[in-house]
Ligand binder design. Structure first.
Ligand SMILES: C[S@@+](CC[C@H](N)C(=O)[O-])C[C@H]1O[C@@H](n2cnc3c(N)ncnc32)[C@H](O)[C@@H]1O
Length: 206
């Protein structure tokens, strides 16, 4: 049971493949809630980090219908599932999925209008430096957009304590987000929460 749930942080093998299908379905409500808060233009170039099963890439391809949506994930199973789900867009040159970690982003500086991260920052090794790496690949004025199911209040505990402890998840308050994004050089930070259960954070590269 617990080993199965480690597939949330790095999907592998059969359990990982099942988890990716489950996440593509189970994260729909959160993703659609978040995406309603992200302005995407038809010609935008977007990178989704921790792309998992690739459903958010598919969703954003519909909005960026004249642009390109790329995906990055360190898990081979996530890359394979994202590629399979978005194979037509990849064949048409409108999507590209690469395997790699958030800390060593393989794209050159200034590649993207928007970088998204859905349900993945809990696992990132060095949040401020990882945000700096995102700023590097954003165009000036580009947007970083983070969307999470778990929103830690300034006072008291976040929900889902059992899983947070079991999986050593990194959970941030709104003031943590403001501090980390500021340290990474972002400006124009905006945060929307829905109770303790949802948060989306956006900020601009200068
Ligand atoms: C809980 S899943 C979320 C997947 C997808 N974004 C979604 O909302 O359904 C987390 C994903 O982030 C990836 N991930 C975690 N840490 C990562 C890192 N340091 N670099 C790249 N990908 C990472 C995992 O492999 C996994 O596919």
């Amino acid at each position: 049971m617990n080993k199965f749930f480690t597939n949330l942080s790095k999907p592998e093998g059969l359990g990982g493949r099942l988890m990716l299908v489950a996440m593509n379905i189970g994260h729909s409500s959160l993703s659609n809630w978040g995406l309603r808060r992200l302005a995407i233009k038809p010609e935008d170039r977007i990178l989704d980090i921790g792309c998992g099963g690739g459903k958010n890439i598919a969703r954003m391809l519909k909005k960026a219908y004249a642009g390109k949506v790329c995906g990055l994930d360190y898990a081979g199973a996530s890359v394979a599932k994202s590629k399979s789900l978005n194979r037509r867009a990849i064949a048409g040159g409108r999507a590209e999925i690469r395997q790699g970690g958030v800390s060593q982003n393989p794209w050159p500086a200034g590649s993207f209008d928007t970088v998204t991260a859905f349900e993945t920052i809990y696992f990132w090794p060095d949040f401020v430096n990882d945000l700096r790496e995102i700023r590097r690949v954003l165009k000036p004025g580009g947007t970083v957009f983070i969307c999470n199911e778990v929103n830690k209040p300034e006072e008291g505990e976040a929900p889902y304590q059992y899983w947070i402890k079991k999986m050593d998840l990194k959970i941030y308050t709104s003031s943590d987000f403001r501090r980390c994004l500021g340290e990474a050089g972002f400006i124009g930070i905006e945060i929307v929460t829905k109770g303790k259960s949802r948060i989306c954070v956006s900020a601009k590269a200068p």
